[in-house]
Design a protein around this ligand. Sequence first.
Ligand SMILES: Cc1ncc(COP(=O)(O)O)c(C=O)c1O
Length: 389
Amino acid sequence: MEFAKRLDNVTGSAIRAIFALLEQPGMISFAGGNPAPECFPKEDIAAISQKLISENGAGILQYGGTPGISRLKDTVIQMMKARGINALADEVIITSGATQGIGLAAKTLLNPGDVVLAESPTFIGALQTFLTYEAVIKGVNMDDEGMDMDDLEKKLKAYQPKLVYTIPTFQNPTGRTMSLERRKRMAALCKAHGALILEDDPYCDLRYSGQAAPPIKTFDTEGGVIYLMSFSKIISPGLRVGAAIADKRIIQKYNIAKQGEDLHTANLSQEIVNTFMNSGKAEPHIRLICEKYRDKRDAMLKKLKSFPKGVTYTNPDGGLFIWAELPEGMNAVSMFQQCVDAGVAYVPGTHFFPEGGHENTMRLNFSMASFEQIDKGMDILKSVIEKNM
Ligand SMILES: Cc1ncc(COP(=O)(O)O)c(C=O)c1O
């Protein structure tokens, strides 16, 4: 069988392969990135779905428009206002998750060989998508304040990228948040170099401590930032609903590109999300999941404090991940099997780096495991690390 060449360099997500291992009974997983199953508003969604179908079944079960249901677009516009982003209806498109917002950016903007800059490390799903569209991905260094702006400037000059992809808030995989100063500088630098910014912000409502910084989009004066939001982490990833907010010329292209993908995001999902967000239940629900995740984050951080000297880790104000670095020379890839054999899993950090390397790093997810599992799993991880030191 002969497949299209564009997928030659794209391997299946390492995380998906790791998921297969997690089927083993008793395995404690810090590997996934899923919201906690106990945090889904199941009863509310069941009642909303029932009502929606019985009151407007014919409309919901019919084809819909590509840009999305206008009531939901209005809800997104209101949510954006609270984040400091003023958007008009023709600057918004409902997408099937932020994933589709990334895919449509690649589909509408990238030609084979175009350079995309991204934080190093970054979200594997985005790396896969950019590779599928045959882009060349170059990593930009980061530290505790997010993407390194001097390195960004250097690489903007060196590569003239079309797109700079960033997850500025509670980044996947590091949990880091870009500082206000860097957000402003990033908007100015990319504008000066004619590169579009793809700002992927699915975690911003999962804040457990610290003060929010405005999205980079709020410093966008000329339509140079595509902002992606998602309902996956605050309601449910299975509903597959998010939105892209950008200059109307970009949204028009997104509309055309989306027609050939899924025509439109499922009406039922859109209506459920819209009804839930306007039911008065969304705010308390988000508050509740933030409390739960904050306690889980704290439980994992408390355990990390007792890890051997030389193991460093991030202290995220939100999101779902902590990033740990073992001393130079240690290898989280080869240690992975030992950990799985002992009953605990994580994702080796190397998979998140556009250019590989950094085998001493790992991503730890704290949302999925129970408190007991965090306790036990972190003890196992600590003892395997100690053995390998
Ligand atoms: C940075 C980032 N972007 C996008 C996504 C996918 O989000 P969605 O479910 O909205 O497609 C994820 C999910 O893990 C993510 O971490």
